[in-house]
Design a protein around this ligand. Structure first.
Ligand code: ARG
Length: 589
């Protein structure tokens, strides 16, 4: 990654200057190296001299000049050790003391060869080597429909998983299924009371039973008592209670699996809350012993004095464990099993406070620093007309939304010119990739914290910032290469020595080399939307180039090969992006 190289060159230069007493001693601040908006200011720019000037009260321009004089032009030799090239073309000082770096044309061109040689590994790195991340995502609740919030968690969580893996982390995906809690006492009560046959149960039916319970219990408080008794039986491993619970779980998992299949998602582990029910009791004992938890009105609670959070119950007065107690047990289990360096929770904003309480409790217990715990707080999904969430009684069937996406994609494909001659099976496969890809991209392309406005036209817009637009651009690249009859492998040499790039070509080159940086940044900021921005930008630049510059009909063979290599590299980088987003790229569409 060039940015890191430039950072370390600046750092070395400063250290040298300090050693030679040309600069006073000070602690080097964080060196920020940005891509300036205006190309006239180079490809990278830093304000480090201005920062230092403030500390040591010296003219920033002089500092900038001194740093510049010490910077060695680094070599770039990854693609071919024999032909070393210099990464930087020039360094300039501008304004009050900015240092601007211009990358060389040779370097830009060598990147293309690198992309083609590294293929689907281009952009990956080993920055995560030796580190482990646990990603808690999807996590629907059994006996309830898979909500639109769970869909967001699934899509974003999976993308983060892919990104961290690409950076060399050991990644553990854990679907923290909501399969335990007092609500199951209510369900069992209903099933018994209403004499529901287990074989007739569906998620909708279960949801209805749950809603009815609350309606009826308002008038009949006795029901709450009985439900609690059923949950106690369940916790005490009563055979009948357990059988009903198991059936509810199995029915739900089967439904969820349909959605995961449609999405093409497989999560490493589905451990679920029920797994932690006994461990939770030990954790509660540990919390009492460490004086993290105290008795309060018959319950056990954790209090947060300094931090202004309300207290949370970990053991209810009827001795039932709580959601937080089971989450604590899950943390302890994850620590002992995987020793993670990072814990990511992809969960909606409604659990913001809850997760703060959890992370702080972990710190109180002395297990881990809370800084290792990240809550990726996703926003809501809304419809143009209003909310798109599960309200009382008004359930949205996610499976229907996904199927609708495939149906709409199918209609687009039926109408398209390029899909003429495709077999029915082929069309079906493409419709699925396009429809599901569109839903995923719609979600991922906006910052996770933002609410999404769901709009079918936008989701499937072939001309705008959408999944299908990117997929279409890839197939366009593929078809150019196919038409050229040039072997893609032969483009890997990419020794074109053609340096007066056209503006449209340079725009592509100056995007592609940033890909590894973007991957790293999207991991650091837990933001797959940065990859989407990047991919959309690259696709637009390519399509512009495609409209202006003849490729197969280029003026010289050299130029033709160069443009084909650009095409192949664009296609590869876009594919790598989509891979990280969990979106498939069809060969044609
Ligand atoms: N099952 C929960 C819900 O749907 C989400 C679980 C999130 N993960 C966790 N470790 N608490 O609200």
């Amino acid at each position: 990654m060039v940015r890191n190289e430039i950072k370390s060159l600046i750092e070395q230069a400063i250290k040298q200057l300090q050693k030679q007493k040309k600069l006073a001693k000070f602690d080097i601040p964080e060196i920020l190296v940005e891509h300036p908006e205006n190309r006239a200011y180079g490809d990278y720019s830093t304000n480090i001299a201005l920062q230092i000037a403030k500390t040591i009260k010296k003219n920033p321009k002089e500092i900038a000049e001194a740093i510049k004089s010490k910077i060695q032009n680094p070599n770039y030799s990854k693609s071919n050790p024999k032909s070393k090239i210099q990464i930087l073309e020039k360094i300039e000082i501008a304004g009050p003391g900015f240092i601007n770096f211009f990358v060389s044309k040779e370097f830009l061109q060598k990147q293309i060869a690198d992309v083609l040689r590294q293929g689907d590994k281009f952009g990956s790195s080993k920055t995560g080597k030796g580190k482990t991340v646990v990603i808690d995502y999807s996590s629907p609740n059994i006996a309830k429909a898979f909500g639109i919030g769970h869909l967001r968690s699934t899509i974003i969580g999976q993308s983060l998983y892919n990104i961290y893996k690409f950076l060399g982390w050991k990644t553990i995906g854990d679907n923290h299924l909501g399969d335990w809690g007092t609500q199951f006492g209510k369900l069992i009560y209903q099933i018994k009371e209403k004499k529901v046959f287990l074989k007739d149960l569906t998620i909708e039916k279960l949801e209805k039973l749950y809603i009815e319970f609350h309606r009826e219990a308002e008038k009949n408080p006795e029901m709450e008592k009985q439900a609690r008794a059923w949950f106690q039986k369940l916790e005490a491993r009563d055979k009948e209670a357990k059988k009903i619970w198991q059936d509810c779980r199995a029915i739900s998992l089967k439904e969820f699996q349909k959605i995961y299949n449609l999405l093409g998602i497989k999560i490493d582990y589905t451990i679920g809350e029920s797994f932690y029910k006994d461990m939770a009791k030990d954790i509660i004992a540990e919390a009492i012993e460490k004086k993290v938890a105290i008795q309060s009105q018959g319950a056990i609670i954790i209090k947060y004095k300094k931090d202004k959070f309300p207290p949370v119950i970990i053991l209810k007065s009827d001795k039932a464990t709580t959601y937080l107690a089971r989450d604590l047990a899950a943390v302890k289990y994850r620590i002992s099993r995987w020793h993670p360096n990072l814990f990511i929770y992809e969960v909606g904003a409604d659990q913001y406070l809850f997760l703060r309480q959890l992370f702080l409790a972990v710190e109180f217990l002395g297990w881990e620093k809370k800084e290792k715990f990240i809550h990726v707080v996703h926003g809501l999904v809304r419809r143009k007309q209003g909310k798109f969430s599960t309200r009382k009684g008004e359930t949205i069937h996610l499976e229907d939304v996904l199927k609708e996406a495939v149906k709409r994609a199918r209609e687009i494909i039926e109408k398209s010119e390029t899909s003429k001659g495709f077999s029915k099976k082929e069309k079906e496969k493409i419709a699925k990739m396009v429809g599901i890809g569109a839903i995923k991209y719609n979600d991922l392309s906006q910052h996770y914290s933002k609410d999404i406005i769901f709009n079918w036209e936008k989701v499937l817009n072939l001309k705008g910032n959408s999944g299908p637009y990117l997929q279409y651009t890839i197939t366009r690249c593929q078809s150019v290469i196919k038409k050229s009859k040039v072997q893609p492998r032969s483009l890997q040499k990419a020794d074109f020595e053609l340096f007066d790039f056209k503006k449209e070509e340079e725009n592509i080159l100056k995007t592609i080399y940033k890909f590894p940086e973007i991957v790293q940044e999207s991991a650091d900021k837990f933001s797959p939307n940065l990859l989407c921005n990047f991919a959309f930008d690259l696709a637009q630049k390519y399509n512009h180039f495609y409209n202006i510059c003849p490729i197969i009909q280029a003026e010289s063979i050299k130029e033709k090969e160069f443009r084909l290599a650009l095409t192949a590299a664009t296609s590869q980088v876009l594919k790598n992006c989509l891979n990280l987003l969990g979106i498939s790229a069809p060969e044609k569409m």
